[in-house]
Design a protein around this ligand. Structure first.
Ligand code: PPS
Length: 295
């Protein structure tokens, strides 16, 4: 198991200006050649922004709120992670190739690295964004427990890496801004984690409208309950407890960690907050994209 960890936990590799996991970089030609289908629904996020949450909601919508049916397999098999290709271990592209339509596809890729077939097919995209400070905290814990990530160092060190975009998938700032701009020209529903926390039913209604689907009130309430943090944390098909320990060690930090908005307040010192905010204002200047950092 230790050997597997040594094999997987290595430094990031630059792919067209974006730091990615070394195994993705090695298999990049497969990702680039991915063939999207017109009825694919792409779930795009910067890591730690609510991917698993919205994936479970969407699988429930696709299955008319049948919670038992959505326990048929782990979330990472129901919604394959397209660019996750670890030679001899898993291959998101191949898993999707043999999947029946309509497919739900997970990606964390920034706009410029998305396989062109998604744009050519005008595929619908659900993008979920979460405020940067909570993403940084969540990503820090994820770096410790999920062994595909390089070791994060101290919180102070990790925060600097996050600010400078030296983390998997690069700059949070560019990721959210670029997808936000793209949502003006393509069928992209742009949602916020904080809105999902505040009023999940309202966000489910937005998803239904975007997908041109309808569900009875009762089913929507069922989906809200089944996708609440506490229920998903206990559910083996959503809490990642089924992945091997060489991949994720939940005793270090559980995948379903806290699921709140504003946990950054428990981690940022005043000095870190001030530095972060000054840098944030510069990087987000001129953008019409605004976040709530607590609810
Ligand atoms: S990943 O690895 O990038 O796909 O992770 P992702 O699913 O995007 O993000 C994980 C964080 O989302 C929280 N989460 C939830 N919050 C509220 N409600 C629900 N149902 C839910 N499901 C997952 C999860 O706990 C991670 O956030 P933190 O802040 O670390 O708890």
């Amino acid at each position: 198991m230790e050997n597997m960890e040594d094999f997987i936990r290595q430094e990031l590799v630059d792919v067209q200006g974006i730091p990615l996991y070394w195994f993705m970089a090695e298999e990049w030609s497969q990702v680039e050649a991915f063939e999207a289908r017109p009825d694919d629904l792409l779930i795009a996020t910067y890591p730690k922004s609510g991917t698993t949450w919205v994936s479970e909601i969407l699988d429930l919508i696709y299955n008319h709120g049948d919670t038992e049916k959505c326990k048929r397999d782990a979330i990472y098999n129901r919604v394959p992670f397209m660019e996750l290709i670890i030679p001899g271990v898993s291959n998101g592209v191949k898993e999707l190739e043999i999947m029946q339509s309509p497919r739900l596809v997970k990606t964390h890729l920034p706009v410029q690295l998305l396989p062109s077939s998604f744009w050519k097919n005008n595929c619908k995209v659900v993008y979920v964004a979460r405020n940067a400070k909570d993403v940084a905290v969540s990503y820090y814990y994820f770096h410790q427990m999920a062994k595909l990530n390089p070791l994060p160092g101290t919180w102070e060190e990790f925060l600097e890496k996050f600010i400078s975009g030296k983390v998997p998938y690069g700059s949070w700032y560019d990721h959210v801004k670029d997808w936000w701009e793209k949502s003006k020209d393509y069928p992209i529903l742009f949602l916020f984690y904080e809105d999902m926390k505040k009023n999940p039913k309202c966000e489910i209604q937005k998803l239904l409208k975007f997908l041109e689907k309808d569900l009875p009130e009762e089913t929507m309430n069922k989906i809200v309950h089944h996708t609440s943090f506490d229920v998903m944390k206990k559910n083996p098909s959503t809490n990642y407890s089924t992945v091997p320990e060489w991949d994720m060690d939940h005793s270090v930090s559980p995948f379903m960690r806290k699921g709140i908005s504003g946990d950054w307040k428990n981690h940022f010192t005043v000095a870190q907050y001030e530095r972060f905010e000054a840098d944030y204002q510069k990087k987000m200047k001129g953008s019409t994209l605004h976040f709530h950092s607590e609810i």
